[in-house]
Design a protein around this ligand. Structure first.
Ligand code: PNS
Length: 169
């Protein structure tokens, strides 16, 4: 059985991430979404438990045909250790543009140096999502904008519940 890990902050999960999940699941038997616990110094937009719940709801609702083949789990520490713990031999990352490639290639080389048995596999994101990033979505959510076109409904609902941030003057 071919197992892959798709690691990320997923803060929040976007339609671009979901597209990579769908396509990676067509290549691997089992896909484990590894959600980094503390992705940013200033704290994630959604706490870990909410990110996990939103991702599980989104996968169940948007990709029901993949039921039983997708796992969602939080992790701390090195991605390669998370891969080993799950018996994964591949690490999935999405590429939106050439600008992503340099950092992703460096990370792939480093991960391979740490764990030669785990290979990185890149999926070019669908062109309609090439401009999407969690960072931009996060900024839109923080200022109370409509994130509906960029994230699955399960994520939009949770971000909506959270409401815009109070301005810090
Ligand atoms: O969604 P992101 O923020 O681009 O994901 C980055 C992530 C989580 C894949 C990367 O920061 C990571 O692997 N962090 C875990 C720590 C680690 O293994 N660092 C060494 C990477 S070479």
């Amino acid at each position: 059985m071919k197992i892959a890990v798709y690691p990320g902050s997923f803060d929040p999960l976007t339609l671009g991430h979901l597209d990579v999940v769908r396509r990676a699941a067509a290549v691997f038997d089992r896909l484990v979404l590894g959600v980094l616990v503390n992705p940013h110094k200033d704290g994630p937009l959604l706490p870990t438990d909410e990110r996990l719940a939103a991702i599980r709801e989104a996968v169940d609702a948007e990709l029901p045909e993949l039921a039983g083949r997708i796992e969602v789990a939080a992790f701390e520490g090195l991605t390669v250790d998370f891969c080993r713990a799950h018996g994964a031999t591949a690490l999935v990352r999405g590429l939106r543009a050439v600008s992503d490639f340099e950092a992703e290639l460096q990370m792939a080389h480093m991960n391979r140096a740490l764990a030669p048995e785990v290979d990185t596999v890149f999926f070019p994101t669908a062109v309609e999502y090439a401009y999407l990033s969690s960072t931009l979505v996060k900024e839109i959510a923080r200022f109370g904008g409509d994130v509906g076109p960029f994230v699955p409904p399960a994520v939009a609902v949770r971000l909506g519940r959270r409401g815009p941030e109070e301005p810090r003057l």
